[in-house]
Structures are given as structure tokens and as C-alpha cells.
Design a protein around this ligand. Structure first.
Ligand SMILES: [Zn+2]
Length: 325
């Protein structure tokens, strides 16, 4: 259980961590405290804004929009490396997420999959919105990433938390993908690596200045490290654009085909074709043998006997008709 930092204290710890902080408008008193709890706080959460432009992104996070009133986070991380303070209270950034994840953050244990949306995160997490389109192509400059690491480390340090108190929005709320996209010099934004970088800072004094150098290459050993199942699904399937049923018949009979449905169906059809081909081959082989025998022995053709022999030949092979669609 931790009491949220005051605006003054929050500003002080960020500056002590070497953050370039900009105080935006009435950020100290701009909050959603009248709409719900702010605290006890248990961790920090990293987001991307799905926007571009530093000034407009900061204004958006301060004001919010028609569907979601601001503030939309506590701090906005610009591509310049500057951190803009937009709130020191409850903010609309985390929404409802997984209570199991919150418990893991509180205990600083390994994160479970986020498969529930049963717990208010806006009372529990400080939020950083990093300016990025979130399209998987927009790069986070190294200076912007370093500022985010410092921001998270400063708050963890102030509360006595470890790096396991840092999560990405994608690790909190089902369906979220942020933070997402390439980080300059590092590969895909990777929360495991991000926590490692926060942990590295926390081992040192707040004034430590070497935090911008990656401690280890994030992608050299395992390019999938830190990716969630959702990330992988998005990368592999959605971008292949084969999630919708291909034919009118498919759409009519099964409106919820997933990519794996196509794979299973193709597999079934191939096995079925194998079986039918084997049956045809057996029939032709038996027919050839019979005709040869008839010709050799100058016997007369008994049609019923011929059909029977072909049927037996087909039954003798291992036929697996598995088409179930
Ligand atoms: Zn988010």
C-alpha cells in the first residue's frame, strides 16, 4: 500500500532521475479524483499515444476527447525526450484490467496473462503516454525511450518498488497492444527489456547517467522476447489478412472462422484427397490385374465378380475420410 506522491514530490523525484520535465498548464490540480479513487498506488504503466506531434499529443492527453475526458495519463513522453506533466491525480489511462495482474504487481512476481477486465487500474497506476503512432512502424527515438525508463525508475525508487512494479498497458488490459513499435537501436518495444533497464537504473543512484546504453541486445537471442501472445497474433495473422471467411458459403455457414480454421480445413481436405486418390489407385490396380488374368486365361468377364474384387481392394486400404465441414 502506498500513498500517491504529491505533485511537488513527483516533480522532484523525476528531476533527480535526470528527467527533462515540463510542467503543463494546471497539471498539479488537473485530475479525475472526483470520479473515483486515486491510490493506494501499486505500480507504473507504459502506453503509446496513437498520435504524432508533441504539442498536440500533450494537449490531447491533458484535455482528453469526446469519449474520454482528460487527463489521460500523468506524464507524456515526447520524441524530444521531454516529459510533460499533465496530472498528479487520478487519470483515465489504465481502465479496467486484470486483478491477477495487479496482485502480481503488488507482490512483484511474474505476470500472469491479462484475460480479465475486473479491476480499476486508474486508482492504482501512474501512467506514462509515450508519443508514438503505435502502428508498429513509428520508431521510439533512444532519447524518448531513455526518458521513459527514467520516469518509471524515479517513481519506483520513490516508493521503494522494484522494476516488477512496471507494466505495459498490453500486460494489464485484454486487447491492448501498447507500448508497441520499434525502439531505436533495440528492436520491438519489449517490456521485459524495459524492466531490465529500470532495474539497472535502480541499482544505481538517481543521478546515474549511463542508463541510455542498452545493457544487453534485446533481439540478439530471442526476437520474440517480451512479446505477448496478442503481439504475435497481430503480427502473424491479422497482417496476413486472412481472418475473414473467403467464400460466400463459408460466411454463411461459419461466420467466426479464425486463421487456424483455414489450416484445419485445408489439412482435412488434403487427407480426404489422399484417401480418395488411394482408393482410385487400388481400384485401377485391381482392374488391371483382373483384366490381365482374364486375357491370360481366356476367361469370360463376370461383371459382379469384378465389382466385388474392386470393392475388396478399396476396403483393404486405409481410408480416412475426415472432412467434417
Ligand atoms: Zn494504453
Amino acid at each position: 500500500m502506498a500513498t500517491p506522491l504529491s505533485a511537488t514530490k513527483l516533480l522532484a523525484v523525476l528531476k533527480a532521475e535526470g528527467c527533462k520535465v515540463v510542467e503543463y498548464r494546471s497539471w498539479r490540480t488537473h485530475n479525475r479524483n472526483s470520479k473515483g479513487a486515486w491510490g493506494p498506488v501499486n505500480g507504473v504503466m507504459i502506453h503509446h499515444t496513437v498520435s504524432s506531434g508533441e504539442d498536440s499529443s500533450v494537449a490531447l492527453c491533458y484535455n482528453g476527447h469526446t469519449l474520454l475526458p482528460g487527463p489521460l495519463c500523468h506524464t507524456v513522453g515526447g520524441k524530444s525526450g521531454k516529459l510533460y506533466m499533465v496530472s498528479a491525480g487520478r487519470a483515465n489511462h489504465a481502465g479496467s484490467g486484470d486483478g491477477d495482474v495487479l496482485r502480481a504487481v503488488i507482490n512483484e512476481t511474474a505476470l500472469p496473462a491479462d484475460n480479465q477486465a475486473n479491476t480499476d487500474g486508474n486508482s492504482r497506476f501512474y501512467g506514462l503516454e509515450i508519443v508514438n503512432l503505435g502502428n508498429g512502424k513509428d520508431t521510439y527515438p533512444a532519447t524518448q525511450y531513455d526518458a521513459a525508463v527514467r520516469w518509471a525508475a524515479a517513481i519506483c525508487r520513490a516508493h521503494g518498488w522494484g522494476a516488477a512494479s512496471v507494466i505495459g498497458h498490453k500486460e494489464w488490459q485484454p486487447g491492448k497492444i501498447d507500448p508497441h513499435g520499434p525502439v531505436e537501436g533495440r528492436g520491438p518495444f519489449n517490456m521485459t527489456a524495459f524492466r531490465r533497464d529500470v532495474a539497472e537504473r535502480l541499482k544505481n543512484a538517481a543521478s546515474w547517467s549511463s542508463g541510455s546504453t542498452p545493457s544487453t541486445p534485446d533481439t540478439a537471442e530471442d526476437p520474440m522476447a517480451g512479446m505477448t501472445k496478442q503481439d504475435i497474433y497481430e503480427a502473424v495473422w491479422r497482417t496476413d489478412a486472412i481472418t475473414a471467411p473467403a467464400t460466400a458459403t463459408d460466411r454463411a455457414t461459419n461466420k467466426t472462422w479464425e486463421p487456424q480454421s483455414y489450416l484445419k480445413d485445408i489439412g482435412n481436405r488434403v487427407r480426404s484427397m489422399d484417401s480418395r486418390l488411394a482408393a482410385q489407385s487400388a481400384a485401377i490396380t485391381e482392374l488391371t490385374r483382373t483384366v490381365t488374368q482374364l486375357a491370360t486365361n481366356s476367361e469370360s468377364l463376370d461383371a459382379d465378380a469384378l465389382v466385388h474384387r474392386i470393392e475388396q481392394a478399396i476396403e483393404a486400404i486405409d481410408i480416412r475420410l475426415e472432412v467434417t465441414s
